[in-house]
Write a new protein. Structure first.
Length: 390
C-alpha cells in the first residue's frame, strides 16, 4: 500500500510533505486569556484539518503545518517582542495574528519592518489599516461596525427607544466601537445622555453607574472586552439600572459570559463577527455547518466568533499560499489582494489596506442561557424591552 501511494505521488509530480512553520503570539494569560485561548482553538482546528488532508499544496510540494506559539501575557509590548522573535530567531515568514487590537497594532509594525506577512482574526480597530502597512490583513470587520449593528437593531423595535448612554474602556478597539455607536445613534435621532470612558483594567465603575442611573437611558452600550462586559452587567444590576436594551461588545458570545453571570446574562445583546447560523460553503470544512460540527467534535462545545476568526484567518492564508504557488511573501500578498473566497465564515476579500470589505456582522442575544442570532436575520425573536433584574 505504501509503495502504491509513493508511486502515485511521484507520478502526480507532488513531493512528500515538508514542514511549513507559522507563528502566533497570543494571550494565554492576563486580561485577554479567555479570548486568546478561543483564538488558539480556531488555529488548532484548522491545522488539524489541513494536516489530515495531506497538508497545504504549494506548487508541486505539500507542506505539513506547524504553529509556534508564545504567550504575550495580554501585553502589546510583549506581543511586538515575541513576533520579532518569531521572525528573526524562529525564521517564520507568516504570522497568525494575536488577540486584541492593541496587540495586533503593536505586532503589525514589526511584521512590516521585517517584510513578513500577518493574517489576523483578533483585532478590529480601524487604526490598524490607517498606517499604510502592506503586509497586514484582517478578517474582522472594523470596530465601528460593532456599535453600528447594536444601534440598528435597537431602533428597529416598536416603540423605538429614545435615549442612550455609551461607556467604553480607554483602548483603541473599545473607543473605536463606542464612536461607531455614537455616530449611528446621532444618525438615527437618539438623544445621547452619556458618552464616557473608563480606565483600562478598571475593577469598579460605580461613578459611571451613578451617572447612568440619574440619566435613566433606554439603551446602555458598553464597549470593552470580556471582563468589562461581565463587570458592566454586575454593576448595572447592583445599582438597579433597568434599561430597555443592553448591548455589550466581545462578552456575550463567549461561553464564559453565561458561566460568570448565570441568569443575569439573559437578554443581553452582543455584536458578533460570525454566527454558527450563517449558511456558506467552505473549501475545507464543506460548509458553515460542517465547521461547527468539526469544532464541536474536537472541543465539545460550539464555536463562537473568536475561534471562527482564527480559523478564517488561517484558512485565507492557506488559500493565498495555494493560489500563489509560492512561499515568497510578495507573491502571497498579491494572492491575498486578489482573493474573494466563500468560506464557512462568509465571503472574504480585502481592499488595498488589508481590511476585509466583503462580509457583514450579526447580533446575538442571550436566550435560555445561550447566544442566539437575532439580527440581521432571526434564528429566534429577540426579547425587548429587557425585563427588570430579579
Amino acid at each position: 500500500m505504501i509503495a502504491l501511494i509513493l508511486a502515485f505521488v511521484l507520478v502526480a509530480g507532488i513531493s512528500i510533505a515538508q514542514v511549513l512553520k507559522l507563528g502566533a503570539a497570543v494571550s494565554f494569560s492576563g486580561k485577554y486569556a479567555k479570548e486568546g485561548q478561543l483564538l488558539k482553538k480556531g488555529y488548532e482546528l484548522w491545522k488539524e484539518k489541513v494536516n489530515s488532508m495531506g497538508g497545504i499544496k504549494i506548487g508541486n510540494k505539500r507542506y505539513r503545518v506547524e504553529i509556534i506559539y508564545y504567550d504575550d501575557q495580554s501585553d502589546p509590548k510583549t506581543t511586538a517582542k515575541l513576533i520579532e522573535k518569531l521572525i528573526t530567531e524562529d525564521k517564520v515568514k507568516f504570522i497568525l495574528g494575536p488577540y486584541g487590537s492593541a496587540q495586533v497594532f503593536a505586532g503589525a509594525g514589526v511584521v512590516e519592518k521585517y517584510g513578513a506577512l500577518m493574517v489576523q482574526g483578533g483585532g478590529a480597530s480601524s487604526k490598524i489599516y490607517k498606517q499604510g502597512y502592506r503586509h497586514v490583513f484582517g478578517v474582522f470587520n472594523t470596530a465601528p461596525d460593532y456599535g453600528k449593528n447594536l444601534i440598528d437593531l435597537a431602533v428597529s423595535f416598536k416603540p423605538p427607544p429614545e435615549t442612550i448612554a455609551i461607556v467604553y474602556e480607554k483602548d483603541i478597539f473599545s473607543e473605536d466601537a463606542a464612536r461607531g455607536a455614537l455616530n449611528r445613534a446621532k444618525e438615527k435621532g437618539l438623544k445621547v445622555v452619556l458618552f464616557e470612558s473608563y480606565p483600562k483594567g478598571a475593577q469598579d465603575l460605580s461613578s459611571l453607574m451613578l451617572k447612568i442611573r440619574m440619566k435613566k437611558p433606554d439603551i446602555v452600550i458598553g464597549a470593552g472586552h470580556f471582563k468589562d462586559s461581565v463587570l458592566v452587567v454586575k454593576q448595572l444590576k447592583q445599582f438597579r439600572i433597568n434599561p430597555k436594551f443592553v448591548g455589550l461588545t466581545v462578552g456575550p458570545p463567549v461561553p464564559a459570559f453565561v458561566k460568570a453571570l448565570g441568569k443575569d446574562a439573559e437578554y443581553i445583546f452582543g455584536p458578533v463577527q460570525w454566527s454558527k447560523d450563517f449558511k456558506f460553503k467552505d473549501p475545507l470544512f464543506g460548509s458553515t455547518e460542517g465547521y461547527v460540527k468539526a469544532y464541536r467534535k474536537k472541543f465539545g462545545h460550539d464555536p463562537e466568533y473568536h475561534s471562527a476568526g482564527g480559523t478564517a484567518a488561517a484558512l485565507i492564508l492557506q488559500l493565498a499560499l495555494e493560489k500563489a504557488g509560492s512561499l515568497e511573501v510578495d507573491k502571497v500578498r498579491k494572492a491575498l489582494l486578489g482573493l474573494k473566497a466563500e468560506t464557512f465564515y462568509g465571503i472574504i476579500g480585502f481592499d488595498e489596506t488589508g481590511k476585509i470589505v466583503t462580509k457583514k456582522m450579526a447580533v446575538v442575544q442571550i436566550l435560555g442561557g445561550k447566544p442566539v442570532t437575532v439580527y440581521p436575520f432571526r434564528k429566534a425573536k429577540p426579547v425587548y424591552p429587557k425585563p427588570e433584574w430579579k
